[in-house]
Design a protein around this ligand. Structure first.
Ligand code: NAP
Length: 279
């Protein structure tokens, strides 16, 4: 499944929308100097610039206090030139991540992590939803993968990937199983999957023997090693799978494209073109 090509097409469509809507502002806040976060932020800004979104790159020192970060978030919430905002995770240990996420204006919460948006997702009334799981669903849609009635297995239960992916699959009427580090006999569960989404953060956690012949496998993993970036799924699994996302070039580019789409959505809420439900 070519996430790179699909993301490129979507970015073209977003650029058109941005031209129609006029100025759109997307702010990112990065606390500290984590190299992986720095790469993600750079990719997001490059992609935003290419579609005409004004991206504001706010960098705060690693010793920034929780109160200072909350003050920064409050300023961005109040800034009419900022339609969407995200705080890059993970935050340094001395900052309460949940408190910072709760401080983000839900209508500007392009990552879909605010409890209001997460609650709407649980209820099936999606507003802002995490960009990674939305990208996963968009890939399934693009490749006409049957989801309704399918057996879907999600490996990983994080708030950013596993849980929202499981909920989106459930709302699309799949029969969903969520696996995690305490799952007994992971392979026995994943071999049942028609659609397998893997978001663990460990290379080769799934191999060819862990998938059903012809299954669709979505590899969300991005693990940096000596050989560059690899996914969570052994590439040899491609021989057994019907469809599989490569790493790189699968979920990663889709995530960035979905973030841009989320910023456009936020701009529509901010301008009252679409009513923001729930507040
Ligand atoms: P995370 O918060 O660390 O969650 C990992 C999940 O995997 C946890 O639920 C954990 O279970 C589970 N797990 C760990 N070891 C396992 C095992 N041996 N068997 C089954 N489950 C196991 O990670 P995340 O933020 O969801 O990220 C997952 C992956 O996606 C990472 O590789 C990350 O780099 C990648 N990622 C990709 C993108 C992208 O754009 N493609 C963006 C962000 C992240 P417990 O809950 O029991 O601990």
């Amino acid at each position: 499944m070519d996430g790179k090509a699909l993301a490129e097409r979507i970015r073209g469509e977003i650029a058109e929308e941005v031209r129609e809507l006029g100025e759109i502002g997307l702010a990112t806040v990065l606390v500290g100097d984590d190299p992986a976060s720095d790469i993600y932020i750079r990719l997001k800004h490059k992609a935003a610039g290419e579609v005409g979104i004004n991206a504001k790159d706010i960098r705060l020192a690693s010793q920034t206090t929780e109160e200072e970060l909350l003050e920064q978030v409050a300023q961005l919430n109040a800034d009419d030139s900022i339609d969407g905002l995200l705080v890059q995770l993970p935050l340094p240990d001395h900052i309460d991540e949940a408190r910072v996420i709760r401080a983000i204006d839900p209508a500007k919460d392009v990552d879909g992590l605010h409890p209001l948006n997460f609650g709407q997702l649980v209820l099936g009334r999606s507003v802002h939803v995490g960009v990674i799981p939305v990208g996963v669903m968009r890939l399934l849609e693009e490749y006409d993968v049957p989801v309704e009635g399918a057996c879907a297995v999600v490996v990983g239960r994080s708030d950013i990937v596993g849980k929202p992916a499981a909920l989106l699959l459930l709302h699309a009427s799949a029969t969903v199983t969520v696996c995690h580090s305490r799952t007994k006999d992971l392979g026995a569960v994943t071999r049942e999957a028609d659609v397998l989404v893997v978001a663990v953060g460990r290379a080769n956690v799934i191999g060819p023997d862990d998938v059903k012949e012809g299954a669709t496998v979505i590899d969300v993993g991005m693990n940096r090693g000596d050989d560059g970036v690899v996914g969570d799924v052994d590439p040899a699994t491609a021989e057994r799978a019907g469809l599989i996302t490569p790493v790189p070039g699968g979920v990663g580019p889709m995530t960035i494209a979905m973030l841009l789409a989320s910023a456009v959505k936020a701009a529509k809420y901010g301008r009252g073109l679409v009513a923001f439900p729930g507040v």
